[in-house]
Structures are given as structure tokens and as C-alpha cells.
Design a protein around this ligand. Structure first.
Ligand SMILES: Cc1cc2nc3c(=O)[nH]c(=O)nc-3n(C[C@H](O)[C@H](O)[C@H](O)COP(=O)(O)OP(=O)(O)OC[C@H]3O[C@@H](n4cnc5c(N)ncnc54)[C@H](O)[C@@H]3O)c2cc1C
Ligand SMILES: COc1ccc2c(c1)CN(c1nc(C(=O)N(C)c3cc(Cl)c(F)cc3C(=O)O)c(Cl)s1)C2
Length: 468
């Protein structure tokens, strides 16, 4: 009798989108031994001889690092990141204040977006069961048949089937479009009135133009600029402003005038001519916040990263949350022994509250910073948070610490933050009332010596101002 080995053919997983989350997800599924096909609209960015133009960078923190670690990529990526141990707040008068992120050694990393994407794609490609298909644009797909239709750069079309479709095709996801046909699919999106523009701050005398191990911030209420360092000793500055302000600045001189009023210390570092040129190179980009649920369709399709939750960048968490999506999904795959129906349902149940929470936190921080965060307020709040944390380390943990330096589930961070806020407010009320009670008790117990003079004498002294 031939003992035919039941050749259990591994299932095919199609990852749509070869961006940061898609490339990392490909590593996760490949590591599990699935047949993985990645379909990316753009050409292979590792081949494109992009002139080493501006490098766009991102803040990588604990959640993203742990997700990279699970597929053995953490060290490789961290080694090419620039550590930022503190914020450097730039005052309007040019004074700078540094605010550490935490205990000694605690830092976030500034990583180059394109390099990160390239390294993750190459890591996915090292798995023999993984194929990367570039210049493949997903036109549409059918939830009934699971068939996906791709347009290739020679204009030809290609139909593909898979056992699992993982939509990592970003904020304007094509995969997500089919979710709208499903009953009870919830979706909302908000464009904020601010846009962003990236400027490059070149090295000065061959070295960083500012202190490199910091996330530099110029908080100016409705405006804000931040700068993250790059390995090539440049800084990528991101300017956040309302679109109607961007639209009012139409000439180089108006740019300089605006910077003289709001970011005077940055002008010599950016360079007047470079600033006038770079400012108009590309128009300000929009920022959108997208929340939706569920994240899956049956046992066939799941969306992750910006395709599931595009968030405003005011916590530096979008990529970190997307990377954490991959990690959480992988943990659930273990729990449910890769039974896609059970895994996808559990993934939505677990992950939707967390990704919605970080979307809300990022939007809250945007509104707070736009409303009343200038340098003084920013510094005061951080000192208050850190002082309370020092006094009651187990009770009060700063919000940014829970978001950026822990893997506390985002929705639990929000719950804890509300609880802490109530505790601090009650605590301040308690101190106030105790102070009042204590004061009145002391006044009662040790009444101040009132000179025994008549009312008339007192009046004449007040009138005559004879205070001796
Ligand atoms: C100004 C700014 C600053 C930010 N700073 C930070 C930060 O400091 N830290 C942080 O963690 N996050 C940050 N983010 C968020 C971060 O950039 C995103 O969360 C992250 O890029 C999401 O990755 P993704 O792979 O889900 O989506 P994307 O990076 O958008 O990748 C989607 C991929 O899918 C491809 N694609 C799209 N449609 C199709 C299609 N139809 N067919 C085939 N392929 C398709 C695209 O070409 C792309 O490669 C920032 C965002 C902005 C805007
Ligand atoms: C590349 O483009 C971008 C754009 C925005 C960000 C980043 C990279 C990285 N970002 C980080 N934000 C935090 C944070 O928790 N908070 C509350 C902050 C929020 C703002 Cl808006 C800020 F300016 C400083 C802090 C701060 O605390 O330093 C980190 Cl921690 S990292 C925001």
C-alpha cells in the first residue's frame, strides 16, 4: 500500500499593499509557512534609483519595536534609527527646554520611512514561500468568489484567488471598499483643517544643525513644527498649519516673514533660500482620521494598518499601531490554531476598541495642542505629569508614557487616563478643601491678636493711614 503522505497544501495568503504594514505582515505570514503573495501598486522601491532626496522619517516606539522583534527585525531597524531621549521645546524667544521621555535610556527612534519599507520587503523576500508582485494595482475584488483583479503596468489584467486576503492598502484602501456592501459596516472619516509640509534642515559645518538626540518641537497653538533627526545628519521638519494659513503664504518673502514671526530660530538653520524653495516644492498634504468596524469579512478578508485605521499623526503612533496589528493578529492565530473564521472574528473583537482608542487619543491631542499648547503650557503639563508620576509612580502614569513606552492596550490606556484625571481632580479638590478646613481650624484655634481699640479709633487710623 503506498503510504501517500497527505500533502496538506499550505494556504495562500494575498497581502494587498507593500507599504510598511503590508511588508511586515508578509514576514509574519511567511514565517508561518503560508504561500504569501504581496501585491503592490508602486514599482519596487528598492530598484527605483530615487535620488537621495528628502528622507521622510517616523517615530518608532515600543509597540512597533516589539512587532518587528517577533520576526527578528528589531535590531536591524533600530541600528538604523536615531534615538531621541527627550523633546527639545523651542520658545518663540529662541530659548530651548529639554523634557526627557522617561528614565535614563528610555527613547523613541527616528527611522527613515523608505529604508524601513525596503528592509521589510527584502526580509519578506528571504522566505522561499513569498513572492512580491510590484506594479500590480488592485482594481476590485469579489467577497463572494474571493477573486481579485489587478491592473499591471503593461495595461494587462490579472485575476488572483487566495484563501485569505489581507488588506494593507492604506487610508484609501480598495479592499475596504467592498466592506461597505456588508450590512452593519460602520465607517467614519474626518479631514482635519490642518495640513502638513516637510522641510529638510541640512547639516551645518558637517554636523547636525541642532542637538541630534531630541524630537524638536516648536509648539505655537494653531501652528506647530517638529523636527526628527536622520542618519545623514539632516533633520526632517514637519510644519503643521491650517490650510487657510498655507493658502495665504504665496511668495518666498511671505514665507520668511511668517517664519520670522513664529519660528525665528529655525530660519538660519533651514537657510533662507532653501526655505523659500522647499516650502513651495509640493503643496501641503491633508490628514485624515478614519475609523471603521468590523475589520474582517467572513473567513476571507481582514484589513490592517491605515486601511483599517488612518489616524492623525499627533502621537506618532500610526505605523506603531499598524505594526502592533500584525503582532496581535499573530497572537490570535496561535490561540485559534490558524482557523481563519475564528481568528478574524476574534481579531475584530480585540483590535477595534484599541485602534479606535488611539485614533481618538491622537485627535484629542491634535485639538489640545492646537487650542492651548504653546511652549509654556507644554512644559508645565509635562512637569506636572512627571512630578505626579514621581510622587505616585504606581498611581499616576503620564498618558504619553502609556501610549509610547508600553504595550498597555490602547483602550485600557484611555480608561486609565480618565481614572487618573478624575483622581488628580479629586485630589486637587481634596487638597483645596483640606487647606480651607485646616486654615479655618488654625484661625479658630489661634485667633490673630486684634488690637483692643474701638471701632471709631480703627476708622480714624484707616482714614488717617496712621499705621504705627
Ligand atoms: C505627517 C505624518 C507623520 C507621521 N508620523 C508617524 C510617526 O512618527 N510614527 C508612526 O508610527 N506613524 C506615523 N505616521 C503614520 C504612518 O505613516 C502610517 O500609519 C503608515 O504609513 C501606515 O502604513 P500602511 O502600510 O498601513 O499604509 P501605507 O504606508 O499607506 O501603505 C499602503 C501601501 O499600499 C499600496 N496600495 C494602495 N492602494 C493599492 C492598490 N489598490 N493596489 C495595490 N497596492 C496599493 C500603496 O502603494 C502603499 O505602498 C505619520 C503619518 C503622517 C501623515
Ligand atoms: C514625523 O512626523 C511626526 C508628526 C507628529 C509626531 C511625530 C512625528 C512623533 N510624535 C510623537 N508624539 C509623542 C507624544 O506622545 N506626544 C504627546 C507628542 C505629540 C506631539 Cl504632536 C509632539 F509634537 C510631541 C509629543 C511628545 O510628547 O514628544 C511622542 Cl512620545 S513621539 C508626534
Amino acid at each position: 500500500l503506498s503510504t501517500e503522505k497527505s500533502s496538506k497544501k499550505k494556504k495562500v495568503v494575498a497581502v494587498i499593499g507593500g507599504g510598511l504594514v503590508g511588508a511586515l505582515n508578509a514576514c509574519y505570514f511567511s514565517k508561518r509557512g503560508f504561500e504569501v503573495e504581496v501585491f503592490e501598486y508602486r514599482e519596487d522601491i528598492r530598484q527605483a534609483k530615487l535620488a537621495r532626496g528628502r528622507s521622510i522619517n517616523l517615530a518608532l516606539s515600543v509597540r512597533g519595536r516589539q512587532a518587528l522583534g517577533k520576526v527578528g527585525m528589531e535590531e536591524q531597524i533600530v541600528s538604523k534609527g536615531v534615538p531621541m531621549y527627550a523633546r527639545m521645546i523651542h520658545n518663540l524667544n529662541g530659548k530651548q527646554y529639554s523634557l526627557p521621555y522617561g528614565k535614563k535610556g528610555q527613547c523613541i527612534l527616528s527611522v527613515d520611512r523608505s529604508n524601513l519599507n525596503r528592509e521589510l520587503l527584502s526580509a519578506a523576500e528571504t522566505y522561499p514561500n513569498t513572492k512580491l508582485n510590484f506594479s500590480h494595482k488592485l482594481l476590485d475584488w469579489s467577497p463572494d468568489s474571493g477573486t481579485m483583479t489587478f491592473l499591471r503596468d503593461d495595461g494587462s489584467k490579472r485575476e488572483i484567488q487566495a484563501d485569505l486576503i489581507v488588506g494593507c492598502d492604506g487610508a484609501f484602501s480598495t479592499i475596504r471598499k467592498q466592506f461597505f456592501r456588508r450590512t452593519r459596516f460602520n465607517y467614519n472619516q474626518t479631514y482635519i483643517p490642518h495640513g502638513y509640509l516637510e522641510l529638510t534642515m541640512p547639516p551645518r559645518n558637517g554636523d547636525f544643525a541642532m542637538e541630534p538626540s531630541y524630537l524638536h518641537i516648536w509648539p505655537r497653538n494653531t501652528f506647530m513644527m517638529i523636527a526628527l533627526p536622520n542618519l545623514d545628519k539632516t533633520f526632517t521638519c514637519t510644519l503643521f498649519m491650517p490650510f487657510d494659513v498655507f493658502e495665504k503664504i504665496t511668495t518666498g518673502d511671505e514665507v520668511i516673514k511668517f517664519f520670522e514671526e513664529n519660528f525665528p530660530d529655525a530660519i538660519p538653520l533651514l537657510g533662507v533660500d532653501a526655505l523659500k524653495r522647499d516650502y513651495f516644492r509640493i503643496p501641503a498634504q491633508a490628514m485624515v482620521s478614519i475609523k471603521c468596524s468590523p475589520y474582517h469579512l467572513g473567513d476571507k478578508c481582514v484589513i490592517m494598518g491605515d486601511a483599517a485605521h488612518a489616524i492623525v499623526p499627533f502621537y506618532g503612533q500610526g505605523m506603531n499601531a499598524g505594526f502592533e496589528d500584525c503582532l496581535v493578529f499573530d497572537e490570535i492565530m496561535n490561540q485559534f490554531s490558524e482557523d481563519f473564521g475564528a481568528v478574524l472574528e476574534e481579531y475584530t473583537r480585540i483590535r477595534v476598541p484599541d485602534d479606535h482608542a488611539i485614533a481618538d487619543l491622537a485627535m484629542y491631542n491634535y485639538i489640545e495642542m492646537r487650542a492651548h499648547v504653546n511652549s509654556r503650557w507644554f512644559i508645565f503639563r509635562k512637569y506636572l505629569d512627571d512630578m505626579l508620576h514621581f510622587v505616585m509612580p504606581k498611581t499616576i502614569v503620564p498618558l504619553y508614557t502609556m501610549v509610547t513606552f508600553s504595550r498597555t492596550r490602547y483602550h485600557e490606556v484611555v480608561k486609565r487616563w480618565h481614572w487618573q484625571d478624575k483622581a488628580i481632580t479629586n485630589g486637587l479638590w481634596f487638597c483645596g478643601i483640606m487647606g480651607l478646613a485646616g486654615g479655618s481650624y488654625l484661625l479658630f484655634k489661634y485667633p490673630p491678636k486684634i488690637p483692643d481699640i474701638s471701632v471709631e479709633q480703627l476708622q480714624s487710623r484707616i482714614m488717617g493711614l496712621k499705621w504705627f
